[in-house]
Each structure stands twice: as C-alpha cells, then as structure tokens.
Design a protein around this ligand. Structure first.
Ligand code: NDP
Length: 469
C-alpha cells in the first residue's frame, strides 16, 4: 500500500481551506475539497468551449493516441489512485473494488480510443449517395455518483473526448477527491482545458445542466435527480444520456446447481458492498431448491471479510455515507418487522465507527416488501420464494425500473428463453453485472436512456450528420 504517494497526489488536488472529506470507514480526515463558485463554473465552461475547436480539429488517430497516453498515466499512478479511492469511497483495495476500479479506468479509456468510427454509407445507387458522419457535439457536462466515482467518470469522459468533445465534470459531493485525482492524472497527458473538474454540490450540477454552452449532459445517478435534470436541460434542448438507478432481479431456474452458482450470485449482489447500479438486488428462487440456494449463499457470505478498505484482507467495506446506511437499515428493519427470516446479518453495531452494515441475507420475504421493491443500494439481499416461473417473471418485470437482470440455469436454451422475457437494458445468464467496454450498456424503463460503451456509446456523444448528394 502506498499511502505516502497517495498523499502527494492529494496535496496537488486539495484545497487547504476546502470542505472536509472524511473516511467512511474510520471518520478520519482524508482531505479537503475545493468548491467551485458559479463564476468559476462559467469560466470552466468558457475554457472548455474554446479548447474544443482545436481538439475537434485533430484526427481520430491523434485523439486516440492522446487517450492511450492518458491510460498510461493512470497505470503509472494506479496504486496512489486506488489508495485515495479506498479512503474516500470506503471500498477495499482488494476484491472487485479499488484496484479493480482503477484498472477498469485504463481499460475503458483504451477501448474507447481503439474502436474505429467510420462514416456509414446509407445509400449508394442510381438515386443518389448518402453518408452518415458523426461530428463532435461541443462541451459535454458530466455528472456522476459516489459509488464508482472514478470508473463512472471515465465512462463519461472517454467516449466524449474520443469523439472530439471537451468535458466539464462535476463529481458527487461525497467523492470529489477521487475524481479530482483522476482528472489531475489524465491532464498530465491531455491538452489544456480539454477536461476540467468542477467539484461542488447538486446546485452546481443544476447550473451545469442549465448552461447554454453545454451541448450534452451525461448523467449517472438516481432516478429522481435524472428526472430533475431532464426538466432543467429541456430549455436548451441538450442531448442527454441518463444512466439511472435500478433494482435488478435475478431468477434462478429449478435446474440450477446451488453450490455452483452461489459465489457468482454473491458477487452479483455484493460487488462494491452492494453499492452498484447494476447489482443483483432481489433474487427469485424456486421452492424446489430454495433451501439449498439459501444455504450455499449463506456459506459464501459468512466467509467474506468486511472492514477498513486499506486492510488488504477485506473484500467488503462500509456504506459510503450515513444517508445510505440509514436507507439499508430502514429497509432491512421493514423486512424483519414483517416476519421475514434473516439468514445472516441484520445486526448492525450502531456504536462502532464508520458506516458499516453487515452482509445481510433475508429469506421468506413477501414479494411486495419494501426491501424487494425499493433499491437498497447496500449489502442486503432479499431472496423471494416462487412456485410458478411465470409469476417470478411477472414479479421481476413488475417495477418501473429495468437496468440489469439475470437468469441462472444449467440449461442454456431455457435460460435464453427466460432472458428474452426480462424487461431490462441487459440480461445476464449465470452472471450478473458483468459489464464490458465493448458491449453497450443502458437502462430500460425509468432506469434511463442512451447507451454507454462500444461503438454505440461513441455515437451517443456525437452529432449525426447526413451528407446527401
Ligand atoms: P444522486 O442522483 O443523488 O446524485 C448524482 C449526481 O447528481 C451527484 O453528483 C449530485 O451532486 C448531482 N445532482 C444532485 N442534484 C442535482 C440536480 N438537481 N441537477 C444536477 N445534478 C444534481 O445519486 P447518488 O450519488 O446517490 O448515486 C446513487 C444512484 O445512482 C443509485 O440510484 C444508483 O442506482 C445510481 N447509479 C446508476 C448507475 C448506472 O450506470 N445506471 C451507476 C451508478 C449509480 P451531489 O452529490 O453533489 O449532490
């Protein structure tokens, strides 16, 4: 662990008079974040606007080379970034957590840099010739959450820059230092003002969504904030990508092998201690193998250490903030009050430091219980018993959100048939949340619109332009 160099990076990004950011595991001071004033926001947008013309004039190859250099810079600072991320967000260094997140930043950047974008010939016959080109949009305003602060920032930054836009990014007020550090490292390779971070709270985010010189908003966060942004961005007709909350269902079929799927089920639900948009948040299990699945999951859960992120053996951490811990505690209490059966957890130590909530599995829960129907976004998984597969599919599709979903089965054909009936942006088979920078990702229903990743993700941050002769 490299806490020394992490502090050096911190010194370069923090403001001595800034707002305190505390470690969610210990309550210790991590650093002090600068706050952007409205005048500074205007200045940032103006600088990004000016820089965009020169950046857009470069070829795809030139921009791609610069983005690969930025990925090199991330890799050179990987451990410093991971330590800071762990301290600010709370996630452990190991497991699918801080080091994994920093590695993913470089991988996503390289993929966005490498995918060819060619004009598409739409028509070429005796009636004429038409081509579809993808032009830059201008300045992209990026607004992100606190759960995967670096990786989600890269999801917004990488395609935007690749397509010739510049970016002004507002991190969540809970995790600004992680994003400031990432942007600082990226800027060692990028031209000036192509990427500018503006730390601040939701009011600054609102100002960004209203700004006349922002062409597109890339937003990742809650459904409620997404709806507010759609309203404020309407006046200037901004393009938008909305990656919003979910409440992903997983359906286990009766031919699945409980022991074989237990560990993947666990990480599908508990990756980043459950604070993941496309995590498995409600699991439907047939009566015939219900007890075996519950037992296998409980055995896996019992052996996963939770604690301070910088302690190398931990793979689960605290909730990032007190508000989220309260949501998880309220929903688990609602479940236990209703008579649901706790398999493990649900016994938080409220006197202990940090926002820890124990790994919790809740069985024999009513399908309409709030722990099932509301997004818990934390380490508590409800396991719902079913006898009719049609009923389970109806429950899974019964909410207004539809980000991810999964089907678990030993029979690929059956799994594919059930997957086709799921209402979600992605349905995984025998895994959950396995995203890939080459494969588009986005939400159905109120989980948002627009795609990220892959060629489709690049096109989303471009202005389609038809040339017809
Ligand atoms: P929020 O919606 O509360 O906040 C997200 C961002 O929006 C923050 O930077 C926030 O600023 C900013 N913001 C708040 N109000 C406004 C406003 N009126 N206008 C513009 N920006 C505003 O989400 P959380 O940070 O709590 O993130 C958790 C949620 O994000 C969960 O629902 C989760 O499912 C979802 N999510 C979705 C993902 C996806 O890819 N679909 C991925 C990850 C998370 P500030 O924090 O400073 O107030």
């Amino acid at each position: 662990m490299d806490t020394q160099t992490a502090s050096t990076l911190l010194e370069q990004i923090q403001s001595p008079q800034g707002r305190e950011i505390l470690d969610p595991a210990t309550g210790e001071l991590v650093g002090r974040t600068p706050q952007t004033s409205p005048a500074e926001l205007n200045d940032a947008v103006a600088r990004a606007h000016t820089a965009q013309t020169t950046w857009a004039a470069q070829s795809h190859d030139q921009r791609s080379q610069t983005l690969h250099a930025a990925a090199d810079a991330i890799e050179a600072h990987a451990e410093e970034l991971a330590v800071l991320l762990s301290r600010e967000q709370g996630k452990p260094l190991n497991g699918p957590n801080a080091r994994f997140e920093v590695g993913a930043c470089a991988a996503w950047l390289r993929t966005a840099a490498s995918i060819p974008v060619e004009p598409e010939v739409l028509l070429d016959d005796e009636t004429g010739h038409a081509e579809l080109h993808y032009r830059p949009l201008g300045v992209v305003g990026a607004i992100g959450p606190w759960n995967w602060p670096m990786m989600i920032s890269i999801w917004q930054i990488a395609p935007s820059l690749r397509m010739g836009n510049t970016v002004v990014i507002k991190p969540s007020e809970y995790t600004p230092l992680s994003v400031l550090a990432l942007v600082h490292v990226l800027n060692t390779a990028l031209p000036a003002d192509v990427l500018i971070a503006v730390p601040g709270d939701g009011s600054l985010g609102k100002a960004l969504t209203e700004h006349p010189d922002i062409a597109k908003i890339m937003f990742t966060g809650s459904v409620t904030t997404g709806k507010a942004i759609i309203k404020t961005a309407a006046d200037t007709m901004k393009r938008m990508t909305m990656e919003l909350g979910g409440n992903d269902a997983g359906i286990v079929l009766d031919d699945a092998d409980p022991k074989a799927i237990a560990e993947d089920l666990f990480w599908g639900a508990f990756i980043n201690t459950g604070q993941t948009c496309a995590a498995l948040k409600r699991l439907y299990v047939p009566d015939s193998i219900y007890d075996e699945v519950c037992q296998a999951l409980t055995e896996v859960a019992a052996k996963m250490p939770m604690g301070i992120g910088l302690e190398e053996h931990n793979v689960l951490g605290p909730l990032q903030n007190a508000k989220q811990r309260e949501i998880v505690a309220r929903l688990v209490d609602a479940a236990t009050d209703s008579g649901a059966r706790v398999l493990i957890g649900a016994d938080p130590d409220d006197a202990a430091p940090g926002f820890f909530y124990p790994t919790t599995l809740v069985a024999d829960i009513d399908p309409q219980n709030p722990l099932v129907t509301e997004e818990q976004f934390g380490p508590a998984l409800p396991i719902i018993r079913y006898t009719s597969l049609d009923q389970a599919i109806a429950w899974a599709n019964g909410l207004e959100v539809g980000l991810g979903s999964s089907v678990w089965s030993s029979d690929p054909k059956r799994a594919a048939e059930v997957a086709a009936r799921m209402e979600a942006g992605t349905t995984w088979i025998n895994k959950h949340g396995a995203i890939d920078p080459r494969v588009p990702f986005g939400g159905a229903k109120q989980s948002g619109f627009g795609l990220e990743f892959g060629l489709q993700g690049l096109k989303e941050v471009a202005q389609p332009h038809v040339i017809s002769s």
